[in-house]
Design a protein around this ligand. Structure first.
Ligand code: PHE
Length: 448
């Protein structure tokens, strides 16, 4: 059977950017910035993305394109008969867990989009606390979040069933530029609010006294999550890229796009938060509790609310499609299933795990695993343990297990790309020494 591929370089890039740009940029990044000291966090984040995550991303893409295989098969092919096959297993299991709980939040965005259409956020008699209560009531109820989770997962599955070229590539090519436009429109609206400048100062004038180990760990974790590294996703997608593509420039473009999205999302949110005298430190509720309050008070807020939650939904969807695809690619290529059947199986498994995550905000909130609710347990397990382990194993594999000449061959397209030949030494050094040590340091810090 011939493997599917991305048809165009633009399509491949959009699909990968679609994976990277998601809830991590629009929902997680702004509240992390708020929690970890504004500009200081962004300052550290820049180093994490471009110095550490970029080489890791490159390493993942090298494995994917070299092996021409999904995450599981890749390690078996490049290191047959070795324990590395467990890395492949890890990289298939992690995304299945992540897509389960990611879909719960994706479902929330559906509910909020629906409410925005019902003009719920134009009633300006509600206080910020009222809106927080509305959010709390919603996530702790049984049926509404479950239904939203189901719809979100069904839409994800239908894109994946469409396949690489007709589903994922087409979808990304249309959705990503549209998403960009929406976020820019909101940011511009936000700039014109009274006192918006305070928010910009908060974002772009770093207060270096706020930098500490906690900020660094949070920034690196955010960078991993946001760039989708350590999940076998970029690996799987790169196996669909053409041999002629330049991996270094592709990974650079993805990192830049992801970074720009995160910054613009913060520019859409923070000036508004400051303009209305709210706290930037609202945590995970920032987007669902604070923003509706702002929408209800700003000019054309009802319309902006629709745009924003539509953007959140689209961003979440392009990411969840990529996470879903990892499991499907494994079942299709290594278990020889049809794409449709594989998709149904991944759907069933992730629906069940996601349902438990969703219920853990309400009826199951008393049920604890290692002292955490089910949702928090899966979130922490994947973000702090599985993802970090995946990233570490990826760089160790490329830096220490693969032959240097093979890595160089893939990175420079057989020596054809002059710039890549020149920077190879530095990138290889990062992958072999700096990245593993940095990840290990974070890992240990997190455990403590
Ligand atoms: N990077 C995505 C985001 O920013 C989330 C994601 C994580 C996607 C892991 C794939 C894998 O939302």
């Amino acid at each position: 059977m011939e493997r599917e591929n991305f048809r165009s370089r633009f399509g491949a890039l959009m699909a990968m950017a679609g994976s990277a740009v998601g809830l991590g940029n629009l929902w997680r990044f702004p509240y992390m910035v708020g929690e970890y000291g504004g500009g200081a966090f962004i300052f550290i984040y820049i180093f994490c993305v471009f110095l550490l995550c970029l080489p890791i991303l490159c390493a993942e893409m090298i494995i994917g394109r070299r092996s021409q295989s999904n995450a599981f098969g890749a390690f078996k092919r490049l290191a047959p008969g070795s324990v590395w096959k467990w890395t492949g297993i890890l990289m298939v299991v992690t995304p299945v867990i992540v897509v389960s709980y990611y879909s719960v939040i994706g479902g929330w965005s559906i509910e909020y989009l629906y409410r925005a259409f019902c003009l719920d956020f134009t009633v300006n008699s509600q206080s910020a606390a009222d809106l927080g209560g509305v959010f709390g009531d919603f996530i702790s109820s049984i049926w509404a979040p479950l239904v939203c989770h189901t719809i979100f997962l069904l839409v994800t599955m239908s894109v994946v069933i469409g396949g690489v070229e007709n589903g994922i590539e087409k979808f990304g090519k249309i959705m990503m530029p549209m998403l960009f436009l929406i976020v820019v429109i909101i940011a511009v609206t936000s700039f014109y609010l009274p006192d918006a400048g305070k928010g910009l100062v908060y974002l772009f004038k770093p207060d270096f006294s706020k930098i500490n180990a906690g900020v660094c760990v949070a920034a690196l974790g955010q960078a991993f999550f946001s760039l989708s590294t350590g999940f076998g996703i970029m690996l799987t997608y790169s196996s669909y890229i053409s041999r002629k593509d330049n991996l270094a420039s592709s990974s650079f473009h993805i990192a830049v796009a992801d970074f720009i999205f995160a910054i613009i999302a913060s520019c859409a949110i923070m000036p508004a938060v400051f303009s209305f005298g709210l706290s930037p430190q609202a945590g995970p509720g920032l987007v669902f509790e604070t923003l509706p309050f702002i929408f209800s008070r700003m000019p054309a807020g009802g319309f902006v609310a629709i745009l924003f939650f539509a953007a959140l939904f689209v961003a979440a969807l392009t990411s969840s499609v990529s996470i879903f695809e990892v499991g499907v690619a494994y079942l299709v290529e290594d278990r020889k299933m049809s794409r449709r059947k594989a998709s149904f199986i991944v759907f069933a498994v992730t629906w069940v795990i996601g349902a438990f995550c969703s219920l853990s905000f309400g009826p199951l909130s008393g049920f604890r695993i290692f002292n955490e609710t089910i949702f928090n347990f899966f979130d922490k397990l994947s973000a702090n343990v599985l993802m970090t382990a995946g990233a570490l194993l990826t760089v160790l594999f490329v830096g220490w297990k693969m032959k240097r000449s093979d890595v160089m061959d893939e990175f420079t397209n057989g020596g054809c790309l002059d710039t890549n030949v020149r920077i190879f030494g530095a990138v290889y050094f990062m992958v072999r020494y700096v990245a593993p040590l940095a990840i290990l340091a974070i890992f240990v810090f997190n455990l403590l």
